[in-house]
Design a protein around this ligand. Structure first.
Ligand code: GLN
Length: 228
């Protein structure tokens, strides 16, 4: 399914994370290397970052065709970035508001996976009818500090769900692994969390399934999720 990426660290350009790496999100949009569900991620993309608050640029078109984003991305700089390319689940709408990251005004959040919307409470604040937006609204309603408990509960209600979340608020990244891959790269200038490595650096760390990952100024911590 989708591929996402988060950055917390020094101020870097969106292009240095998304467009330039040999297997970055741009290449993952047509040639992902570790994708287990789906083949390409051509149903939209989104790049979110923080300056005085969360900012987003989202589209329902393939990332490779967006020359405007390619032109501006080298000037978009931030110390916290959440980006994704989308492979829409069958039956879901294809529209800019269905592309991650979703936001509550403080956090930017991406969901890689699938969930039965019937197990989620109807959320009036969901940005789209796509399952990921309804899940994002539920997570925001519960509060980001309850992310681990929320994912374990939703996973228990829908045993077929895949619930890889990646979220940032400018000073923290929170992520879960629940049914799909996630890797971490600790660079001298910050930390990358990504569905798959964007290059062949041997220090990319494979995060085990059913874990919560938190990245902050204090470093990276890993906690097993309930139900693992
Ligand atoms: N189910 C979500 C969607 O349709 C996410 C899909 C994915 O992870 N590929 O957008």
């Amino acid at each position: 399914m989708c591929r996402h990426l988060g950055w917390l660290g020094a101020s870097v350009t969106a292009s240095s994370l998304v467009l330039d790496p040999p297997s970055g999100l741009l290449v993952q949009s047509y040639a992902p290397r570790r994708q287990k569900h789906g083949t390409v991620n051509a149903d939209g993309w989104g790049v979110g970052f923080f300056d005085d608050g969360p900012r987003r640029w989202r589209s329902e078109k393939p990332l490779w065709g967006d020359s405007s984003f390619a032109s501006v991305a080298p000037t978009l700089r931030s110390g916290c970035i959440v980006a994704a390319v989308r492979s829409a689940t069958i039956g879901m709408p294809i529209e800019p508001s269905a592309s991650a990251p979703f936001s509550d005004g403080s956090w930017l959040l991406s969901h890689n996976g699938v969930v039965d919307r019937a197990v989620l409470p109807a959320a009036h604040t969901a940005e789209s009818t796509v399952d990921s937006a309804v899940l994002a609204a539920h997570i925001f309603d519960r509060g980001m500090d309850a992310l681990a408990a929320t994912i374990a509960e939703v996973g228990a209600r829908d045993p077929g769900a895949r619930l890889n979340i990646l979220a940032g608020n400018g000073s923290r990244l929170l992520a879960t692994t629940w049914g799909d891959t996630l890797f971490a790269l600790q660079r001298p200038d910050g930390v990358v969390l990504a569905s798959e490595p964007y290059d062949d650096d041997p220090t990319w760390r494979d995060i085990p399934d059913r874990h919560l990952i938190e990245v902050s100024a204090a470093g990276l911590s890993l906690t097993a999720l309930e139900g693992q």
